[in-house]
Design a protein around this ligand. Structure first.
Ligand code: AMP
Length: 192
């Protein structure tokens, strides 16, 4: 089963992806997590991505397409995967089509978590507070000002990705403002 989760930062993609991983036993491929790991490890990709990520911008298509193309070739992705945070531009969506086409792989669903953007800054402040309370590191880009830049990047570059799939009849839009369990149920329903 191959699934894409779309939606702005703070929409709940990571939360829902974790639940899908537990239920379906397929990996979550989060380009954000992979890039943060690269930054922490100080790899050449991490060094290139660090400043852009901290400023709330988008890392180059070339880098993230390369990361995903390597990752979907790994053994644990053979049965399926959940893409979280990718594709974030139409160029990435086109590249993904090519990768999947070459492997004769099909997407089961593309789900957009639609949210009220005016509520997202509050959500992100809560996410930072929860991380702090749990003794976990707080993401630098969850700072409210950087978060606003991330939302701008979403509206400029990523909002066009959902219509890309909608035109092909592949998109399911789900109300991401509903309680977490309701969103999970709606995603499961979309998977059929
Ligand atoms: P996320 O964890 O998905 O919110 O991603 C955190 C940051 O990583 C984003 O703000 C971008 O700087 C970068 N990033 C993650 N995924 C992508 C992507 N598909 N394309 C470009 N940049 C990305």
């Amino acid at each position: 089963m191959r699934l894409i989760l779309l939606g702005p930062p703070g929409a709940g993609k990571g939360t829902q992806a974790a639940r899908l991983v537990a239920k379906h036993g397929i990996p979550q491929l989060s380009t954000g997590d992979m890039l943060r790991a690269a930054v922490a490890a100080g790899t050449p990709i991490g060094l290139k991505a660090k400043a852009v990520m901290e400023a709330g911008g988008l890392v180059s298509d070339e880098i993230v397409i390369g990361i995903i193309s390597d990752r979907i070739n790994e053994a644990d992705a053979a049965r399926g995967f959940i893409l979280d945070g990718f594709p974030r531009t139409v160029a990435q969506a086109v590249a993904l089509d090519t990768m999947l086409g070459e492997k004769q792989m099909k997407l089961r669903a593309v789900v957009e978590l639609r949210v009220d953007q005016s509520k997202l800054v509050d959500r992100i402040i809560k996410r930072a507070e929860e991380a702090r309370a749990a003794g976990q590191p707080v993401r630098k880009d969850d700072d409210p000002d950087v978060f606003k830049t991330r939302l701008e990047a979403y509206n400029r570059d990523t909002a066009v990705v959902a219509p890309y799939y909608d035109k092909r009849g592949q998109l399911t839009v789900i109300d991401g403002m509903k309680p977490v369990d309701d969103v999970t149920a709606a995603i499961e329903a979309a998977l059929g």
